[in-house]
Design a protein around this ligand. Structure first.
Ligand code: ZN
Length: 210
């Protein structure tokens, strides 16, 4: 059991871009991995964590269900950590919801993305049993984000335009708050990129993280 080092962009982009392999059986080493993920997540202000983020390319991730966009517990729910092993998306709503994605591997940035409003996921649990989950609203957003990590997909890839990307900076008027500073205000040169170029931030990652 251990708190593991979080892999951050841009240094570990190559690892975070790789596709993780399925877990063959929920054995001791997988359970140790899950414990490490849990303990690492506990040290972070986050609502999910995927194994590749600690450098393990296996299809395992955690989703904290029952929080809101601030990571606070949503009304009348107690957040619980759901372990997803070899998750498969079995269905998703056509309705998309625009909201924020943040990522522990990409500190200091946040972006607006469209994600399904509901997501049905089949996965193994820690006992190795098949479980079907239905995630809705912000939970669906978190689950989609974490499952993306297992395929080497980052939320940058889900941005439609760099205008949806923001730096989080301390609010000079209130030390408890953060302010959103448009990425393009800091790096106006990126305005030259066409908005419709889906996937653009991916290719730009080496520079947009500078
Ligand atoms: Zn992430």
């Amino acid at each position: 059991m251990a708190v593991r080092k979080l892999l951050l962009l841009p240094k570990y982009e190559k690892v975070l871009r790789r596709k993780s392999r399925p877990v063959k059986g929920v054995n001791r080493s997988v359970r140790t991995l899950i414990r490490d993920l849990r303990e690492t997540l506990e040290t972070q202000d986050g609502v999910g964590l995927a194994a590749p983020q600690i450098g393990v390319l296996q299809r395992v991730c955690l989703v904290v269900r029952g929080t809101d966009e601030q990571g606070e517990s949503a009304e009348e729910t107690t957040p619980e950590v759901i372990v997803l092993i070899n998750p498969e998306i079995t269905a998703q709503s056509e309705d998309l919801e625009r909201g924020y994605d943040g990522c522990l591997s990409i500190p200091g940035l946040q972006g607006y993305t469209n994600r399904p409003l509901t997501l049905n996921v089949r996965a193994l649990d820690e006992a190795g049993d098949v479980v079907d989950y239905e995630f809705t609203g912000f939970d669906a957003r978190v689950a989609a984000h974490e499952i993306d990590h297992l395929d080497g997909i980052l939320y940058f890839d889900r941005l439609e335009t760099l205008e949806d990307l923001y730096y989080l900076v301390d609010d000079p008027d209130d030390e408890d708050k953060v302010k959103m500073l448009p990425y393009l205000e800091v790096h106006p040169e990126y305005r030259l990129m066409p908005d419709e170029r889906i996937g653009m931030p991916t290719q730009g990652v080496k520079t947009i993280m500078d």
